[in-house]
Write a protein that binds this ligand. Structure first.
Ligand code: GAP
Length: 438
């Protein structure tokens, strides 16, 4: 089951409108994915859960939203032009290219050739820059080569001065952002796990430049980030921390820990917590000529703050929440997604679709619930089929309007996980659903 769980998720995502291969009718575009009606809701809910927890529930954390295209000097200063590279090797037999540090992919490729009795020889590894380029401008020959951002981080650091001048925050403080990032990945893999276009959710926390302040925030961030997954119902046995060895760390990181999830292909990264020191602000000060230091009103000291970063993708957690929620039971497939993440919080059914009085009452309830929640309407097939269909997309509650409803103003509400049904008053529905979202 574990082995083909990923294939089952890919198929469910396509069949039920979560995620489609990018540009599918033109044969696709490797490493890109399109989100369908339910995937868009799920992704939105995931980002909203992150934003609420990491920004709105915190004190001294500010949000921002920077451009994807930035002055190319940003990427020279950040070190990405020189160092945002992966080691690339090429199979001399078929010219396919691989990341030299992804040993499973290499082994799989060698086995494929071995089955055909072919020997594999590899080229020497060479460093391949994964920034994606775009051309900007209207005159051919004079177009400016820009980079689509390889991490969303730099948009925050280059606005550091703007945020402190406008918000006057007291250190330590954070600046958060959610947005698209692009990487020319050598081998996009495992569905949305490694894509060329993806989204990131990041919080940069600016701290005083001393190891005690930095490590105390670092530890808080590690715990806080792990708690986020647990609060959203992820199985704690499938989560762990892993510290990066020195030779694994990105060029900007003094210390790095990942949160990992046990996927069908083994433990793999969900997100990273990084100690970036003063790398970003000092480099941008140096390259832009702007003074990006902070003046501490309390101590009257002026310094370049250090940065503790939490950087999560959207797609990897989204895939892990799907994998974690996916259950095959005797007569059904069910996505036990946390109600906060579920694309629909409830589905409303009239018991019979050819009884106008039932349809009218069910429509009234549906429209009323829709004012506050994302709710589905389903009048196809029999009730059993509708339950099955809603279970498969993770809808926590199904609400059925029957003939008794017309007499007692109550409905049958069925719980996705326990499959238990109970009768509740229509006037209590809103509170019932809201409680599940707390
Ligand atoms: N600002 C720091 C930074 O970008 P990273 O470890 O390179 O750090 C952070 O990326 C997160 O972004 C990863 O943990 C992962 O969730 C996500 N991510 C990175 N590359 C990705 C890719 N090619 N496809 C999908 N998600 C990716």
């Amino acid at each position: 089951m574990e082995q083909n769980k990923l294939e089952k998720i890919v198929s469910l995502c396509k069949r039920r409108g979560f995620i489609f291969p990018g540009s599918e009718i033109y044969g696709g575009l490797r490493g890109t994915w399109d989100y369908g009606p339910l995937g868009t809701e799920l992704k939105f809910n995931l980002k909203q859960a992150w934003w609420k927890y990491m920004v709105q529930d915190q004190e001294n954390v500010f949000g921002m939203n920077a451009s994807i295209m930035m002055n190319p000097k940003v990427w020279e200063a950040s070190g990405h032009v020189a160092s945002f590279t992966d080691p690339l090797i090429e199979c001399k037999t078929c010219n396919e290219r691989f990341r030299a540090d992804k040993l499973d992919d290499i082994r799989e490729h060698e086995e494929m050739h071995a089955k055909k009795k072919e020997k594999v020889e590899w080229t020497e590894p060479k460093q391949f820059n994964i920034l994606v380029e775009a051309k900007l401008g209207v005159i051919e020959g004079e177009k400016l080569t820009v980079f689509l951002r390889g991490e969303i981080t730099q948009g925050v650091h280059v606005n550091f001065k703007n945020v402190i001048d406008s918000m006057h925050p007291k250190i330590p403080f954070g600046i958060a952002q959610i947005g698209k990032a692009f990487r020319n990945e050598i081998t996009p893999r495992n569905f949305i796990f490694r894509s060329r276009e993806f989204e990131q959710m990041e919080l940069q926390t600016y701290v005083k430049p001393d190891e005690n302040s930095a490590m105390s925030v670092f530890e808080d961030m590690r715990q806080m980030r792990m708690q986020w997954y647990l609060n959203l119902g992820m199985n704690k046995d499938k989560l762990r921390f892993r510290e990066h060895a020195a030779d694994e760390r990105a060029h900007y990181a003094r210390a790095a820990w990942d949160i990992e999830y046990e996927t069908p292909w083994g433990w793999d990264e969900a997100e990273g917590i990084h100690h970036r020191g003063d790398w970003d602000l000092s480099r941008h000060s140096q390259f832009s000529g702007e003074d990006l230091s902070y003046f501490d009103q309390e101590t009257k000291e002026k310094f370049i703050p250090w940065v503790i970063e939490t950087s999560a993708g959207v797609e990897r957690p989204l895939l892990y929440f799907l994998l974690d929620a996916y259950h095959e039971e005797e007569e059904r497939i069910v996505l036990k997604l946390h109600p906060k993440l579920a694309p629909f919080k409830a589905a409303v059914f009239p018991l019979l679709k050819n009884k106008p009085e039932l349809v009218a009452k069910a429509q009234e309830i549906y429209k009323d619930l829709k004012k506050n929640f994302s709710v589905a309407w389903d009048d196809r097939g029999n009730i059993g089929k509708r339950y099955f269909s809603q279970d498969e997309i993770g809808t926590p509650y199904c609400i059925t309007v029957d003939f008794d409803t017309l007499e007692d103003d109550a409905v049958t509400i069925r719980d996705r996980d326990t499959m238990k049904q109970e009768r509740i008053k229509i006037s209590e529905l809103q509170a019932y659903i809201r409680k599940s979202l707390e």
